[in-house]
Design a protein around this ligand. Structure first.
Ligand SMILES: *Cc1c(COP(=O)(O)O)cnc(C)c1O
Length: 376
């Protein structure tokens, strides 16, 4: 059997090696490493794919979130509502900018932010909501968009994990995750759905004025060279990453289909087990399976992780410690027990290998091993 990886970037690369190698060499020979034509072309390709007016490439997904909040002129004291069950970057940038993170619980089936809890958390100081499309599925956006309209709030979508997923409105309209809020953010970290071979990220918006501002913020607060009208950052995507991303973007839907096929295999194997809940597939979103995450009753996750590891199967726990329980984000407003769903999930989730290159032999070994552990 081929070795099993959490994400098999090597096998995926080998299938596009000739194309990638030639494109990377072209960039090197052009010596247009920064702001080259490949970056502009990738930007246009992604705008077309997402159906969004502006894509602003940047250095990584964390920068994308930070730049979004800077461009919206959010100020210390402003409250930003987000989820306690996420990767730290979402909460980190809120704290870094001196804004106040207001955490809320998630829904047990999708792991995504609970619109009812968001509604209850809105105060006169609330300025924005940051929904995170976790593990490859869009948040239920319609209730959040309604709340945002009603209370005049910005929605900044953290779409680092669900690039390519479609949100389906009640009237049947489809929009890509990341293109429904005032700003959407994504990451091209190598293991993400659209991963480059280093760091990368992007910001999306339909708003012309905001796009202009975002471009100024990522470029040292500079519109005219060496004239700085606002404090900015330096955050850019380089041409080598852009050329690789163009090649992979053309295959993004094919990659999602390959992951969905692996997810179907997992679902079949696990769906009838009394202790296992397989990932929900909600009616309002397609699933692009950034992660395949099981909820398992009465589980010692670390013991299962070790058991699988001994059989050559990597598994990960996303996320073992909710944000309100992290040392760095301790806050007298929060204590253990405040977010029961998040806390339950952090104790009972386990993510299995999920990527485009899983074959049936590997999937069989993984599913049999998980069931062996649970049935022993
Ligand atoms: C990966 C990720 C980020 C950050 O992306 P980087 O490119 O690693 O900075 C932000 N939010 C979520 C939910 C992520 O999964």
């Amino acid at each position: 059997m081929r070795p099993i990886h959490m994400v098999d970037l090597k096998s995926q690369y080998e299938k596009i090696q000739a194309e990638v190698d030639a494109a990377v060499l072209d960039v090197i020979r052009s010596t247009q490493f920064i702001n080259g034509s490949e970056v502009k072309k990738f930007q246009e390709d992604l705008e077309n794919y997402l159906g969004v007016k502006h894509v602003i490439p940047c250095g990584n997904g964390t920068d994308a979130l930070q730049v979004a909040m800077m461009a919206l002129d959010l100020k210390p004291g402003d409250e930003i509502i987000t989820t306690s069950f996420t990767f730290v970057a979402t909460v980190e940038v809120i704290a870094l900018l001196g804004l106040t993170p207001v955490l809320v619980d998630v829904l047990p089936d999708t792991f995504n932010i609970d619109p009812e809890s968001v509604k209850k958390a809105i105060t006169p100081k609330t300025k924005a909501i940051v929904p995170v499309h976790l593990f490859g599925q869009s948040v239920d956006m319609e209730p959040l968009l309604e709340l945002a309209r009603e209370h005049n709030l910005h929605i900044i979508e953290d779409n680092a994990q669900a690039l390519g997923a479609d949100y389906i409105f009640k009237d049947g309209t489809r929009k890509k995750a990341g293109t429904m809020g005032i700003i959407g953010c994504t990451s091209f970290f190598p293991s993400k759905n659209l991963g480059c071979y280093g760091d990368g990220g992007a910001i999306f918006t339909h708003d012309d004025e905001l796009a202009k501002k975002l471009r100024i913020v990522v470029n040292h607060g500079m519109e005219v060279r060496y004239y700085h009208d606002s404090v900015g950052v330096n955050s850019r995507l380089d041409s080598i990453q852009a050329t690789i991303l163009r090649i992979k973007l053309a295959r993004l839907d094919e990659y999602a289909a390959a992951r969905r096929k692996a997810a179907d295999y997992y679902d079949q194997a696990f769906k009838d087990h009394p202790r296992i809940t397989v990932p929900a597939r909600s009616s309002f979103s397609t699933h692009v399976f950034h992660q395949y995450t099981l909820i398992i009753k009465d589980l010692n996750q670390f013991e299962l992780q070790k058991f699988l590891g001994e059989r050559g199967i990597p598994a990960m726990i996303y996320y073992p410690v909710p944000m309100h329980m992290q040392k760095a984000y301790q806050d007298p407003r929060y204590k253990e027990g405040d977010f029961p769903v998040t806390e339950m999930l952090s104790k009972s989730v386990i993510s299995l290998p999920m990527h485009t290159e899983l074959d049936e032999e590997q999937l069989k070994h993984i599913t049999e091993s998980v069931l062996e552990y649970l049935n022993q």
